[in-house]
Each structure stands twice: as C-alpha cells, then as structure tokens.
Design a protein around this ligand. Structure first.
Ligand SMILES: C[S@@+](CC[C@H](N)C(=O)[O-])C[C@H]1O[C@@H](n2cnc3c(N)ncnc32)[C@H](O)[C@@H]1O
Length: 326
C-alpha cells in the first residue's frame, strides 16, 4: 500500500479526474483535498509531504466519488463564496455566480451617486429600502446588508456617528422567493453571517414574485421601494436542454428556467412590481444574459415607461446588468 501524502494523492486525483473527463480536474482535486485537510490551495503546496490519515483518506475518497458524478464542488462542500461572505449551499439553491457580484456594486454606486447629488437625503426621511426578488442562497441581499454601512460611509454623506446601532430609519431589505426551503437556507445564511442588528433588518418572504396586493405587507410597503433587484431564472427552454451536466442535473430548475424565451419571469416581475415602485426615486436592476438584453429593454420600456435604461457589462465584456431608472 502506498503512503498517501498531499503530493502523490493530488497527482493521482488530478490524473483520475482528467481521465474521467471531470471538469476543472486540478481545481477540483485541490479544493476538495484542501477542505479535507483544512488548508487553502497555497498551503497545500507548502505541505506537500503531509501524510493523510485513514479518516482523511476516507473523506477525500467520498468527495472524489461525488465529483466523478459531476456534483458541483460547492454542493459537495456545502459552501460557496460570494463577495466577502461564505454561504451554505446545497442542491435546493443555485450556486451564486461570480458575475452576479456586479449587481451589488451597481446598487452601491447608484446609492452613492444619489447621495452625492442629493437625490436622496440620508439621514432624514429617506429610508433606503431594497427589495430583492428570488433571493436563493441570499447572496445578494446578505452582501448588501453586510456592506451597506461601510459603502455609504465611504461616500462621506452619512454622518460620522453612524454605526450598526443607528438602525431603524436608514435601510431595510426585503428578500422574496417562491420556495420556502430556499428561504430557510437564505435565512440561515443571514443568521450566521450578519450581526443581530443587520440580521433584523432583512425580512425573508415566501411569495410568488412579490406579496399580493391584499396582504399586510402590501399595505405597509406599497409605493415604497427605492431599489428593486432581481437575478431571476432566465434560461430559455431550448438552452436549458443544452446546459452542462453539472448545472442541469444538480442545480434547481426553478432557479434556472425562465420559460420558453427566458423572459417569462422578467415579464411577471415588471408587471407585479408596479405598485411597489417609489415614484420619486426608484432604480430596478436585473441581472441579464446578453441574448435577452434587447427584448427585455423593449419590454421594460413598454411596461414601466422609465426615464432611463442602461446596460452594463461584466468583467468579461458581456452585457450583465440592466439598470432601469423610473
Ligand atoms: C437565478 S436564481 C438567483 C438566486 C440568487 N439571487 C443569486 O443571484 O444567486 C433565481 C431565484 O428565483 C427564485 N424564483 C423562481 N421563480 C420565482 C417566483 N415566481 N417568485 C419568487 N422567486 C422565484 C428561485 O427559487 C431562485 O432562488
């Protein structure tokens, strides 16, 4: 029996994954072994001669078998990184994608610009209230909550005494999803990542798109939101059939499939959010794929008659975030 150390087991696993055509063989082998040993990827290479004990070997073997079935690494390890946070994920929720981080930057940019131009007035009567539709793991909503105070402080428009204890009037986030098991995960993530003050300022609501007009929520929030964000399911039926095995077999269909053309959920959102829009100040931000940019722009103009629509590209130069100003 060979003695398995970091060096030889990594070489073996990379080779094995490559032969079996597992995507990203080196990354897979390294991340899974790093998790078993509690080492990041750099430290794996600094501990090349470290010998694995039987327990570690058994865990690594289990991970390798799961990966051979094309299970995404994030589901094997039940963790995904997004901006500054680590989220619990399993097959009930979409794995948050790096390109989705951009929409959070865009929200902060809009808020900072608007504070600078005095289009909103903080502190004062203008609470920053944000509605996220289709929160999944909570990646976007929790990142906003996690970073908002620091981001707005940097703008210099929030007074120096602003701290986490300066709560009520400043901001709140409402995050919806139509699947309660998904919301359980988002709430669990919020609870483990955020401090109590911040956690108490996010509300998770199970509903189809947004709460109905006869709900108490509607009575309280109608006409109110300044920022409305969504990364909805936007894969068309045809594209869904051709998704890689890792995505199609493991990630939730409800998080991916956006009807025949990919535009179905956007259309439902545009129609249902109308009563929630703050008519004096509201930006709507959608994550998009380049293919749907043009039809979605037309649809948004027809339904909301906004004052401005622009589309920003991601770091790969692909159209990624549509910003609609009311
Ligand atoms: C593409 S995922 C985005 C998840 C997360 N916001 C992210 O960016 O990683 C879309 C989410 O919308 C939810 N969803 C799908 N249809 C919905 C509906 N009709 N109403 C509310 N949420 C919905 C799904 O459960 C899923 O969590």
């Amino acid at each position: 029996m060979p003695v398995w150390n970091v060096k030889n087991i990594l070489e073996w696993a990379i080779n094995y994954f490559s032969c079996k055509e597992v995507p990203q063989p080196r990354l897979s082998a390294e991340l899974l072994l790093g998790s078993v040993l509690g080492l990041d990827r750099v430290n794996l290479y600094l501990n090349y001669n470290r010998v694995l004990n039987n327990q570690e070997l058994a865990t690594y073997k289990k991970y390798i078998l799961e990966r051979l079935e094309h299970t995404p690494i994030q589901y094997i390890l039940n963790e995904a990184y997004f901006r500054k946070i680590k989220l619990y994920v399993d097959e009930k929720v979409l794995i948050p994608r790096p390109e989705t981080e951009l929409i959070v930057d865009k929200v902060f940019q809009i808020l900072k610009d608007s504070l600078n131009k005095r289009e909103i007035d903080i502190p004062g009567k203008d609470k920053i209230n944000i509605l996220e539709i289709g929160t999944g793991s909570g990646a976007i909503a929790i990142s906003l909550a996690n970073e908002i105070l620091d981001e707005l402080k940097v703008s210099g428009k929030v007074p120096g005494e602003l701290t986490d204890e300066f709560p009520e009037e400043l901001w709140e986030i409402v995050a919806t999803d139509n699947d309660s098991s998904v919301l359980d995960i988002a709430e669990r993530n919020a609870h483990s990542i955020l401090n109590n003050n911040k956690f108490n300022k996010i509300k998770f609501i199970k509903c189809d798109i947004v709460p109905a007009e006869d709900s108490d929520f509607f009575k309280k929030h109608a006409g109110g939101f300044k920022i409305i964000i969504s990364n909805p399911p936007y894969i068309s039926e045809k594209d869904y059939e051709n998704l890689p095995r890792e995505v199609k077999e493991y990630e939730p269909k409800n998080a991916l499939l956006g009807g025949e053309t990919g535009l179905e959920i956007y259309e439902r959102i545009l129609n249902k959010i109308k009563p929630y829009i703050n008519q004096e100040f509201c930006y709507i931000l959608f994550e998009i794929a380049p293919l749907i940019s043009t039809p979605l722009e037309k649809m948004s103009k027809d339904i909301l008659k906004p004052s401005l629509i622009k589309v920003d590209k991601d770091y790969n130069g692909r159209e990624r975030v549509m910003i609609i100003k009311i």
